[in-house]
Design a protein around this ligand. Structure first.
Ligand code: DQA
Length: 146
């Protein structure tokens, strides 16, 4: 399967950003860990991070004929980007939403995800394992669909 992994704003600072919340692993380390995991090595990955909403939308559109599935951590865009929500709907690619932290146990605004209902599932609060679990659920979904 071809898996597109998208990380939104400020996730480029993983490893130095609020380590007590997001952990000590850098984004590059996390992505390599995911790609080389037992599950990951059987599949092809493309990784994209941006602090800009439009760039994330462009990537979703540009990769729509390549990607079988998308793993997305939209960062703070999760809570208000109807444009990212629309782009997920527009391409009809099975997408899973992941978060490192427990968004339901923090500030009130983080409890809202405007992309939750256009994704096959939402995984949060498991640190880097949120990505691994997200990959597992996405692959199960894609394989079932075949
Ligand atoms: C996050 C949670 C968001 O609320 C926050 O804005 C982030 C990271 C997470 O992975 O826990 O940037 O998506």
């Amino acid at each position: 399967m071809n898996i597109l992994v998208i990380n939104g704003p400020n996730l480029n600072l993983l490893g130095s950003r609020e380590k007590n919340i997001y952990g000590k692993t850098s984004l590059a380390e996390l992505m390599i860990w995911l790609e080389t995991s037992q599950m990951g090595i059987k599949h092809k990955f493309k990784f994209f991070q941006s602090n800009h909403e439009g760039d994330i939308i462009d990537t979703i559109q540009d990769e729509r004929f390549w990607a079988d599935g998308i793993i997305i951590n939209p960062g703070a865009f999760t809570h208000y980007s109807y444009a990212i929500r629309d782009s997920i709907l527009s391409v009809s690619i099975p997408t899973i939403e992941v978060h490192l932290s427990n968004i339901n146990n923090r500030e009130k605004f983080r409890k809202i995800s405007v992309i939750r209902d256009v994704c096959i599932d939402q995984i949060y609060g498991k640190g880097k394992n949120s990505y691994l679990e997200g990959l597992k659920i996405l692959l199960e979904f894609l394989i079932d669909k075949k």
